[in-house]
Structure formats: structure tokens, C-alpha cells
Design a protein around this ligand. Structure first.
Ligand code: DON
Length: 561
């Protein structure tokens, strides 16, 4: 009898617990960091708990990614920040790498004018002058509220105490081990065979970060850290000098702005192609009301692919570093120009890329990256995409400093018409010149609706960055998906040349593939790491936050309640 009573009592308690739980509204999220690693997101949130802003959290998150996500997180790469303050001020910082002073347009060509394989991707000659530390320091000067040292400290502790290798990371280390050894020798730090679950302590990086903590920008661009970097670049065939480091400066730029229906979109301007291409594609799509077709249906895919084809063709001709070439930005985003570009599109047949040339514009002369999104409790928002370019960049590891150097020089066009590692083609506008910035596709983006912050989004993925950001935006604003679903949904990609539409494998139906092929589209189902890893934050009308972390990676959202 007694046992029955106890069971009944437990049952009642459980019932009360369930009812109370169901009736308690979820705690509102006050701030959030979504990044490629949980440790880095958590570090950003800790900074906000101490009263730091999204900008402070950005610095701490970025440096933490250098430690625990060494394939893309970096102090020797570059990137872009797009921000919106809680006062509604929008802006962006370009801390993209630059070509060294000794670079020249033909530096990757042999005597017959052919591109020499691999030298723009592997080894010291592939390295662009890094911009990340200068960028973070510049952001701190303008927006920082906590002390610089306190923002660097969590990364120092992480480097000293270690981070745990994930399964995906273990595979990534194994996949690149041969390259690490080929460039750095058998004893190189990341070739020691770390397995999933191992703790990686990077003492050398902790020391580098301590210099940066004490001296700020100068802790990286001058003194012993700079000496080790230059020595390593030159020992591996590179041409960066102390003068390159000393003259590096990030640049505040106006973001690209365009309207899509009731949304105002702020995204990265050249030297990224991301903003202009995203704007062109969305403006070309807008008249078709793509939301009337099912998401990932044949019609929706056709409209999107055809707009992408036309935009990537323009990219190849017109885009480069705005400090070196005149970019007809307004003309490229002009609605009548874009409508005209789409006149040749029909639902009947694919347009073939060789039939699409970059549009004629008359204007007056006048494999690795990472993205994170942050919103703080005060309402400031940052979207940051940063990169070493390829996974672990040039694979050159500064042993004394504990970090990899970028291979961003490959984002230049080594020779007109010859594709880079993402198959992207460029011309004169993106030719190499001393101190010029190489064209990027990174697309950190902030969306406003009715004058209020609505979304923070971005992704890695080389040439697929623009199209992955695009699909996430459409999933939310055309297809009413919650942000996690929008980020997770299968994606496809087209970039003019090569003239193929790439689909994530086994996620699109055979009948859809067959129908598209019937209309003349070349299809490739490809397992591709580079179809984006989108990390996003959605802010609804009532200002409540929700987050989407891409399950394609180890990405994680950490919330501040
Ligand atoms: O700036 C760019 O567009 C490229 N360097 C980005 C490289 C990238 O996203 C590789 N990631 N998967």
C-alpha cells in the first residue's frame, strides 16, 4: 500500500513538474555568439557577461578561434567586419591581406607565361600581408569598452590550457598532414598526430598572444613576433618584409546597401565581391517573387541559378580592390541594368554560360574561412568573416609563434582567364600589384526590417559564400523558416564558370535533377566542404533572438540569458 502511495506521489510530482515546465516561457536570449567552435562562442558570451559589447566579444571570439580552429581562425590572415550599432549606425572594416611590396602581376607565371602550379597556394610565396591583428586593434580603438588585454586573455588561457580535438578536426589534421610536413618538416607542431578527444596545448601561440596583449597591434607587426614571421616567410620562399608589416593598415569602408522588398541589406563592399554580387542576385530575383515557388523547387532553382550566372560573370570583369581600380558599383546594382540582364532568361531552357558575357557597363571614370555572428544585450550587432583562404592557409606554420600563415595571394587572378582554387576567374581588375588587396567573396551581412535589426549572417565557403548567404536569406524571408532550419536546409551553387550547378549530395530528388538536366543544366552532386557553414542570428519584431549554427561543421551558438 505504502509503495503505491509513493508511486502516486512521484507521479503527481512529475505531473506538476511537466505542467510548470510547459507553462514557463523560455528565457529570452539577451545576446548570442554563433561561431565555428563552442569554446570561441562561449568566450564571446563571457565577455558580454562582463559588460563587454559585441565589438569586445568579437575580439575575444576571433582570437579564441585562432587557438581552437587553426584551419581558419587566424592572426595571420584577414577578414571583414560589417556592424550595426544599437543607434542604427552601419559600417564595415576591411582588414583583408595585401600583396607584398615586392609582388608583381606575373609572380606566379613561368618564363612561357603559364601559371606554375601550387606556388600561389602552398609555401611562403602564397602569403599575403596579414591584416587580422591590425583589424582587431582598430576595432578596439573605435568601439572597445573593456581593456584590450582582457579581451586577449581568454585566448591566451585557451592556448595554455588546451582545446579538445573534435572528430571533424582530427580528419582535417590527418588530411593535411602530408602538406604540413612537406612545407614545415617532420617535427612540425600539427603533424604530431592529434586524435579526436586529445587536448592541444599551444604554448608558442600563448606567448605570441601575450605579446599582442601587451603591445596591441605592435605586438604582432613589430618586435620578436614580426621577426619570427618574416624569417619563416622568407625561409619558405616568400617575399614579405618588415616594411610590409609596418605599412599595413585596415580601412573603414561604407557597406554595400540595397533593398530587397521590405528589407534593407548591408553587406561587404569591395575588395569583397560578396556585397555587390549578393545585391545583384537578389535584385535580379526580386521581380520573380521566388517565394511563390516551393523552396528548392525547379522553378526557384532556375531563377536563382540564372541570376547567379549573370552576377558571377560581372564579378570576373569588374571587381577588384577599389583602392586600385574603379568599380562601377552603382551601375552594377542598377535595377534597369539587372532587369535587362535577366531578359535572356526563360523557364524553358538553361542559358549557357558561354552565351553570357559580363554585361556592358558604361561608367564615368571617377578551402578556409570562418564566419561568426554576434548580438549583444545592448543591441549592437557584428557579422565577421575571416580567413587564411585555404584550410590552414599556405600550410606555413610559424613554429616559434604557434600559428599558420594565409595563402590569400591565390585570390588574385594569377593570369586572366585561369581559375583560382575555387574555380573563379578574374581579369585585370584583380591582377596582382604591390600593396593591392585580392578580391574576396566573403559576405558578412546585416539585415534591417522597418528600421530595426533583423538578421546577422555570413559563412565561409570560397565562391559558395555568396550563394549560401543568399539561400539563407531567402529561406527566412521568402520561405518563413526558423533560423536553424534556414541554415540547415540543403544548398546548391552556381558561379557562371564552370557551367555546372553543384548540389549537396543525396539531398535533392532524382526527378528534380532529371528535370533540370532536361532543360540543359549540367548537374554535379558533390560532397563539398565549401558549400558554406552559415552562422546566423535572427531578431524578430519583438526583438527576441534566435540562432542558427550550421550542422555541416562543429559550429555552435552560445546564448546570454
Ligand atoms: O576571400 C575569399 O573569398 C576566400 N579567400 C574565402 C576562402 C574560403 O571561404 C574557404 N573556406 N571554406
Amino acid at each position: 500500500m505504502k509503495q503505491v502511495q509513493i508511486k502516486l506521489f512521484k507521479g503527481i510530482l512529475l505531473f506538476i513538474f511537466i505542467v510548470v515546465h510547459a507553462c514557463t516561457p523560455p528565457k529570452p536570449i539577451k545576446g548570442a555568439v554563433v561561431s565555428a567552435r563552442e569554446e570561441a562562442s562561449a568566450i564571446g558570451v563571457e565577455i558580454m557577461k562582463k559588460g563587454g559589447s559585441a565589438f569586445d566579444a568579437m575580439i575575444a571570439t576571433d582570437l579564441a578561434l585562432t587557438v581552437c580552429y587553426p584551419n581558419a581562425g587566424n592572426i595571420a590572415g584577414g577578414g571583414f567586419l560589417v556592424y550595426r550599432t544599437n543607434q542604427g549606425v552601419k559600417g564595415s572594416l576591411d582588414f583583408r591581406e595585401k600583396a607584398p611590396l615586392a609582388a608583381d602581376a606575373n609572380m606566379y607565371l613561368d618564363t612561357e607565361g603559364n601559371v606554375i602550379p601550387k606556388i600561389s597556394t602552398l609555401g611562403g610565396l602564397a602569403v599575403g600581408v596579414p591584416g587580422t591583428v591590425a583589424g582587431l586593434y582598430e576595432i578596439h580603438q573605435k568601439f572597445g569598452t573593456l581593456a584590450w588585454e582582457d579581451l586577449v586573455q581568454p585566448a591566451i588561457s585557451l592556448a595554455k590550457n588546451g582545446y579538445v580535438v573534435t572528430e571533424k578536426q582530427y580528419k582535417s589534421f590527418e588530411g593535411k598532414k602530408e602538406d604540413f610536413i612537406a612545407v614545415n618538416g617532420i617535427d612540425t607542431f600539427y603533424a604530431q598526430g592529434f586524435k579526436a578527444g586529445d587536448l592541444v596545448k599551444n604554448e608558442a601561440l600563448a606567448v605570441t598572444l601575450e605579446h599582442i596583449a601587451k603591445k596591441g597591434k605592435a605586438g604582432f607587426y613589430e618586435g620578436p613576433v614580426a621577426d619570427a614571421l618574416i624569417q619563416r616567410v622568407q625561409a619558405t620562399g616568400g617575399i614579405i618584409t618588415h616594411e610590409d608589416l609596418l605599412t599595413y593598415k585596415p580601412v573603414w569602408r561604407d557597406p554595400v546597401y540595397f533593398k530587397y522588398k521590405d528589407l534593407s541589406i548591408y553587406t561587404m563592399a569591395p575588395p569583397s565581391s560578396g556585397g555587390i554580387c549578393l545585391g545583384q542576385i537578389m535584385k535580379m530575383i526580386e521581380p520573380y517573387n521566388v517565394g511563390q515557388y516551393e523552396q528548392n523547387s525547379m522553378e526557384a532553382i532556375q531563377i536563382i541559378v540564372e541570376a547567379e550566372r549573370r552576377s558571377y560573370a560581372d564579378r570576373s570583369l569588374y571587381l577588384g580592390d577599389p583602392d586600385f581600380v574603379n568599380i562601377p558599383q552603382d551601375s552594377l546594382l542598377d535595377v534597369s541594368y539587372l532587369n535587362e540582364r535577366m531578359e535572356s532568361f526563360s523557364f524553358e531552357n538553361a542559358t549557357k554560360s558561354p552565351e553570357i558575357n559580363p554585361g556592358t557597363i558604361v561608367w564615368e571614370e571617377s578551402e578556409e574561412t570562418t564566419h561568426y555572428s554576434i548580438v549583444d544585450p545592448m543591441g549592437n550587432a557584428v557579422a565577421v568573416t575571416t580567413t587564411l583562404n585555404g584550410s590552414y592557409g599556405s600550410k606555413v606554420f610559424v613554429e616559434e609563434g604557434g600559428y599558420f600563415l594565409n595563402n590569400e595571394m591565390d585570390d588574385f587572378s594569377s593570369k586572366p582567364g585561369v581559375p583560382n582554387m575555387f574555380g573563379l576567374i578574374g581579369g585585370k581588375a584583380n591582377a596582382i600589384a604591390p600593396q593591392k588587396r585580392m578580391l574576396s567573396a566573403m559576405t558578412p551581412t546585416i539585415v534591417e526590417r522597418n528600421g530595426k535589426l533583423a538578421m546577422v549572417v555570413g559563412t565561409p565557403g570560397g565562391s559558395t559564400i555568396i550563394t549560401s548567404v543568399l539561400q539563407t536569406l531567402l529561406n527566412v524571408f521568402e520561405y518563413d523558416m526558423d533560423i536553424q532550419t534556414a541554415v540547415t536546409r540543403p544548398r546548391f551553387h552556381h558561379q557562371w564558370l564552370p557551367d555546372v550547378v553543384i548540389f549537396e549530395p543525396n539531398l535533392f530528388s532524382q526527378s528534380l535533377m532529371d528535370s533540370l538536366q532536361g532543360k540543359g543544366y549540367d548537374i554535379k552532386e558533390q560532397y563539398s566542404r565549401i558549400i558554406g557553414r552559415v552562422d546566423a542570428i535572427l531578431i524578430s519584431e519583438d526583438m527576441s533572438l534566435s540562432t542558427g549554427a550550421d550542422p555541416r561543421g562543429d559550429d555552435a551558438a552560445v546564448h546570454l540569458y
